[in-house]
Design a protein around this ligand. Structure first.
Ligand code: MLT
Length: 203
């Protein structure tokens, strides 16, 4: 398959869900693995490593500078990731795929949602930005999306996370936006909120 990745079968009774873990800049396929059993111990896990290197740091698409993306590259890489999702589904016999991304990984997950609707059934986006604004917008028809961001995030201003939430709502996604008081980070309280949201409880 086209990405170096880890596949991990469900840790407990299978829930039928597969989690697609997408790390942040400078991470790799190991980074988010500890999150999976916290979110859904019954989920299978696919965790690819971003195939773009920025000063040796893996990412999922190129950027021109901090917060400014190379849209042509983003589109090519989003298509490659969407194809990888299909390959992984066939190779490992997986069902619906829930993306779980942090920072650059969240931006890639949003790009796949917006450019390749139908590839992901739901998404958890931690510290996300607007990756691209397709015209026309896709119809995400009720797709559940959890956004979690920090009120003091120096990389993702609150208005940016709110802009992504509004964009996804215009695509008819079912958006939940949660804030934590910190910065560009993934506190346990936010992971717990995402877990409750996945279980259909209070987020
Ligand atoms: C991005 O490049 O996707 C965002 O700026 C977040 C990050 O630093 O990875």
């Amino acid at each position: 398959m086209r990405y170096v990745h880890r596949f991990v079968p469900p840790a407990s009774e299978p829930s039928g869900r597969a989690l697609l873990l997408l790390h942040g800049t400078g991470g790799d396929e190991e980074d988010l693995l500890p999150l999976a059993p916290m979110l859904d111990p019954g989920a299978a896990v696919v965790s690819p490593r971003g195939d773009v290197l920025e000063n040796g740091m893996p990412r999922f698409f190129r950027r021109l500078r901090e917060g400014v993306f190379d849209e042509a590259d983003l589109r090519v890489r989003a298509q490659a990731l969407a194809e990888f999702v299909g390959e992984a589904r066939d190779a490992y016999g997986l069902g619906p795929m829930t993306a779980v991304g942090f920072s650059n990984g969240a931006n890639m997950a949003s790009a796949v949602l917006l450019l390749h609707p139908g590839t992901l059934s739901e998404a958890i986006l931690f510290a996300p930005m607007v990756p691209v604004e397709p015209d026309p917008l896709p119809d995400l028809a009720g797709a559940p999306v959890f956004l979690g961001a920090g009120r003091a995030d120096p990389l993702v201003p609150m208005a940016e996370a709110e802009r992504l939430a509004a964009l996804l709502e215009r695509c008819r996604a079912d958006v939940t936006l949660r804030w934590h008081p910190g910065g560009h980070a993934l506190p346990a309280s936010l992971v717990a909120a995402a877990r409750d949201w996945l279980r259909g409880g209070p987020a």
